[in-house]
Design a protein around this ligand. Sequence first.
Ligand SMILES: *[C@@H]1O[C@H](CO)[C@@H](O)[C@H](O)[C@H]1NC(C)=O
Ligand SMILES: *[C@@H]1O[C@H](CO)[C@@H](O)[C@H](O)[C@H]1NC(C)=O
Ligand SMILES: *[C@@H]1O[C@H](CO)[C@@H](O)[C@H](O)[C@H]1NC(C)=O
Length: 503
Amino acid sequence: MSIASLIVLIVAIHSVHSVHLLVGSHSMSLSHVKLTFDVAEDMQNTGRHIVTEIRWPVMKVIADYPARKGFRSLLLNKTYEHASKLDFLPAMIDDSGWKKDDGIVDILKMFKGAWPLLSLPCEEALEAEKVARNLTSEGYNLGILDPFSGLCGAVAMRSGKFPFVVLSPLVEPFTLGLVAGFPVPYSYVMSLTVAKADHEMNLIDRSANVLGHSFFRFFMWLQSYLLAKQFADKSDAAELFKGFGNTMVFTNSHRFLEWPIPTSLARIDIGHRDTHGEDKIPKEILDFIEDEQSLGTIIFSMSTYTSSGKMPEEVMSMFAAAFAKFSEYRFIWRIHDFPSELKAKNIHTVKWIPQTELLNHKKTVLLITHGGQNSVLEAINAGVPMIGIPMMGDQHPNIERVRTRILGLRLTKSELTEENIAKKIQELLQNQIYTTNAKKLASMLSTERSFLSHTNSTWWLEYTLRHVNQLGWIIPKGADQGYLVHFGFDILGVFFLCSLLLS
Ligand SMILES: *[C@@H]1O[C@H](CO)[C@@H](O)[C@H](O)[C@H]1NC(C)=O
Ligand SMILES: *[C@@H]1O[C@H](CO)[C@@H](O)[C@H](O)[C@H]1NC(C)=O
Ligand SMILES: *[C@@H]1O[C@H](CO)[C@@H](O)[C@H](O)[C@H]1NC(C)=O
């Protein structure tokens, strides 16, 4: 047998046994891409799967984020090129995150510039010859999609005619319900608009919540409608743009943390992914935190806001002054540019931290965080209480979950003063309840770790692959209910009619 035919044979055997995955992300947050890549990398590491990643980044950090070893990459450039011309994006991601209010004007400005960001990936996936040919001819077996890829992620997958599932880095119940097919009670299931525990919502909160959810529903509908119109020349536009469609949804969450919401077998929480042990704590940090005089380590990381963004100097000096009051503790502060005049003996600043390893270090007593879902889960897995300073989006509800479960405290942007920061740290260090609860929850989660298939994303994705044609059986259609049925207006109408007739 010639070498060439041997190679052909090996390639043929390989392609019979390996499953080709396409993972897609369109993200404003590195944590989304990271989670997608982590899960895909786990799949690749089994030796049973080949991974291609398709990315339409809107931020430089995401465009530059390296693909994992062995991944093939398809980068959709047009979206990024448009995003880099928008002035509101860097502003939103940098210091405006620290403004006291999010402001309706900012939000409207965002929508105006954001539309092309939603539609360009469709254009590229459908029109860019290379990408389109790639998607349709490569014969992917399964797509894995970040729900924040918007509809165009689904369109890209559909245009290649392969099944896809959704992998959600965050736990926003409305989108998850829509994607996994279960109805979400608008009146009490937390929306991004009203981040309050269901039992704490009053009539006004619940009304705002209904409006918040309805707005999202309208937005999803509008997106499908406008995109279908924009691409009306495509013969299969109706099919391609029919909304997300119901599918399996894997969430970076844990059922012990969720507030009461309906769910279904089509939603699988994989928020246990424990990457602990993959990175090493650098020696300079170890020397600093293992100082015998230290009573404990406090980690301060605002993620994107301080690594790629900027923290205003006045905010930095508030934190520095508050931290200096706790001279017996050691602070590890993740930040890019730190003015030398703010340096103090008990503060060590670094551009990057191995957060999981630091959280699991025996001296760590507290995490001060923006409340991203990854950071919250990492702290919970490690049994470390938190002070959450939510900046935007799902960080508000994440920190509400932490607060109502007494795993930590919240500090809002408008409460930020040196005194308040010091007060919250003091409260957390003095009152043992937060640490006790955090440790109890960590122990609940780790006991469950023995049932690894519950949270093992590789296991579940392979399961999905095996049964991909039967998924319709476990995916409910409840999310498709119209308003009348959803709110029980039809029943109220019948009662009303009956009482009219009887009176
Ligand atoms: C993305 O755009 C840059 C600059 O326009 C170009 O150099 C690069 O090759 C493009 N990448 C892909 C994958 O098309
Ligand atoms: C699809 O893209 C990958 C990665 O860029 C490339 O290796 C492959 O040859 C492409 N396939 C087609 C059919 O263009
Ligand atoms: C997760 O499941 C996959 C597939 O069954 C298996 O190969 C892998 O070892 C599991 N991972 C863990 C950590 O148990």
